[in-house]
Design a protein around this ligand. Structure first.
Ligand code: ATP
Ligand code: MG
Length: 567
């Protein structure tokens, strides 16, 4: 287990929930208010899901005492933010299963109030307009070991500061000409306290406020004050904001805010073979390395949804990894296990042959077909049965035949008998090859007495194969996904080189049970012995397309372990 994980028995208890419980018990708060504060500059990913499940989850768990969770867009940088992202974020949070009710907010709702508080800081001597260039500001900021230097504009009088700040707002100056800074301490050991920027000039149209503003507040200035305006009690964010907490508190102390939220930090989610950075994900989409934000290889909620991952699997994954205070990297296998465990009880079983090899049953009459009964779920009789069609021409998986099998290979080979699931025992009589020597067809015979999968004489076969008949199946495309990045911890400095060239494998000419053809409902199925699949958005009734959501673990070992697994 990695550091961020907790045994299941402890899930639902973590240091944050402990703090919340204590604060309720001590009467520090009557009702808990949390928030999820995305910046609408990209789609949500599974890391955000951790934060969403934490914030909305706490609101649900403490609902009896009036807890709630706000969705607040941190829309303070119109240069990078778009309505498309706002819409996608709302849809994704709902899809995950959470509801903000009436509590949808935007930092931009507070622009006027934030502006007034900026003037308040100027008037109380705690903010000044700095005319230094961005380069000069960077150069005088100091380092971790050396203090910064005061700006030559730091001691401007209140009147001059107010006048300049108002003219900044009025649009008199170009981008980057001036900024408003807090006047705290250029020698502070915490770089965030070295006169941080509160407002910058940005002549850009905002999706919500239009052209009303050409100065925009910084993240640090907007965030805590938005929390205070909304009466947030516990402002939960990731560890990289720990060093911002003194500034968060400084603003609350120096402004006439209506409430005093507290910030707590938890470890962000990192996943092996995955990058959870909006900057990198944006680059993947922009540079065409993936098909879009909802490419099923993307760790975005849109991508996971399209891939067939149910929201319950993501919530379960988040529950299993828990919430800790130390950063860690969670193994992708943890996510896959949560997906399997969620889909296994509910996904109906079907048969599909991904790499078909034609089989002709020589002793089965031409033109005849018959219906066999197949269970929809081996562990759940209430899922019922369906009929599948058997005939003279069938398809099996290419991998299930070997002309010259090694010792441990128990499937079909010349002269060998195997069971077709829910069907008959068949014996391979000959392999037909093409001019290149490749096997293109098997000539087999079947034993009519083994209908349903057992031999009356009690003879055993070692393998049970999935199959479809030519008459009872339709062609389909199947898309197999592998990790987008080759290395467990990808090097994002060279994206192109770190991408897995085999992340997408498209199989055409697969054969699936005919009843699957019309499906475009996104519902999961298990293709027996292969994994969990769902119809892709691209699927059409005449052109089925399936995504592999996740493979089966040890599917072959399992078949071997259950030799009576014939019906
Ligand atoms: P950026 O700020 O660089 O655009 P971000 O991933 O921090 O990217 P936000 O929209 O600010 O994006 O994130 C919204 C919330 O989700 C924040 O509270 C943030 O801490 C949380 N969050 C983001 N990434 C993760 C992660 N990998 N694990 C847990 N929480 C995360
Ligand atoms: Mg952020």
């Amino acid at each position: 287990m990695s550091v961020g994980e907790k045994p299941d028995s402890e899930a639902g208890r973590d240091f944050i929930r402990d703090i919340v419980r204590d604060d309720l018990a001590s009467g520090r708060h009557q009702a808990i208010v949390t928030r999820f504060p995305p910046e609408p500059n990209g789609y949500l990913h599974i890391g955000h899901a951790k934060s969403i499940c934490l914030n909305f989850g706490i609101a649900e768990e403490f609902k009896a005492s009036g807890a709630r969770c706000h969705l607040r867009f941190d829309d303070t940088n119109p240069a990078r933010e778009e309505q498309e992202y706002i819409d996608a974020i709302e849809a994704d949070v709902r899809w995950l299963g959470f509801d903000w009710g009436a509590h949808l907010y935007h930092a931009s709702d507070y622009f006027e109030r934030l502006y007034a508080w900026a003037e308040h800081l100027i008037e109380t001597g705690f903010a000044y307009v700095d005319d230094q260039s961005p380069e000069e500001m960077r150069a005088s900021r100091g380092t971790l070991t050396e203090p910064g230097r005061n700006s030559p504009f730091r001691d401007r009088g209140v009147a001059e500061n107010l006048d300049l700040f108002r003219r900044m707002r009025a649009g008199e100056f170009p981008n980057g000409a001036r900024v408003l800074r807090a006047r705290i301490d250029m020698a502070s050991g915490n770089i965030n306290l070295r006169d941080p920027v509160l407002y910058r000039i940005l002549h850009a149209r905002h999706p919500r406020t239009g052209d009303a503003w050409c100065i925009y507040p910084s993240y640090d200035f907007a965030h805590g004050q938005s929390d205070a305006i909304e009466g947030i009690t516990h402002s939960l964010c990731t560890l990289e904001f720990e060093d911002h907490r003194p500034l968060y508190d400084w603003f609350l102390e120096h402004l006439p805010v209506p409430s005093r939220p507290r910030q707590y930090e938890f470890a962000r989610l990192n996943l092996t073979h995955t990058v959870l950075s909006k900057r990198v994900l944006t680059a993947l989409v922009r540079d065409g390395h993936v098909g879009g934000w909802d490419d099923p290889r993307m760790p975005t909620l849109a991508g996971l949804r399209r891939r067939g991952v149910p929201p319950a699997a993501i919530r379960e994954f988040v529950r299993r990894i828990g919430v800790a205070k130390a950063n860690s990297v969670v193994d992708m296998a943890m996510l896959e296990a949560a997906i399997r465990d969620t889909l296994n009880p509910v996904a109906p079983r079907r048969m599909a042959v991904l790499r078909p090899l034609k089989v002709v049953i020589e002793n089965y009459p031409e033109g005849k077909t018959e219906e066999l009964v197949a269970a929809n779920h081996p562990d759940d009789p209430s899922a019922g049965t369906r009929t599948i069609r058997f005939g003279r021409e069938l398809f099996i998986e290419r991998d299930d035949f070997m002309e010259d099998p090694p010792k441990k290979f128990f499937r079909l080979a010349p002269g060998r008998e195997a069971r077709l699931r829910y069907g008959y025992f068949i014996t391979c009589r000959a392999a037909v090859k093409d001019a290149d020597g490749e096997v293109v067809e098997l000539r087999c015979t079947y034993d009519p007495a083994t209908r349903g999968g057992d031999a009356p004489d009690g003879r055993k076969v070692k393998a049970t194969l999935h199959w479809v008949s030519a008459a009872g199946s339709v062609p389909a495309e199947v898309r197999l996904y592998n990790p987008l990045f080759t290395a467990p911890v990808p090097d994002v400095s060279d994206l192109a080189a770190s991408l897995n060239p085999d992340s997408l494998e498209i199989l055409t000419g697969c054969r699936v049970e005919a009843a699957l053809a019309g499906r475009n409902d996104g519902g999961a199925v298990q293709f027996e012995r292969q994994g969990y699949f769902c119809p892709d958005l691209d699927a059409r009734p005449e052109r089925p397309v399936f995504n592999r959501t996740v493979g089966l673990r040890d599917s072959w070992a399992k078949e071997q372990a259950a030799p009576g697994n014939g019906r």
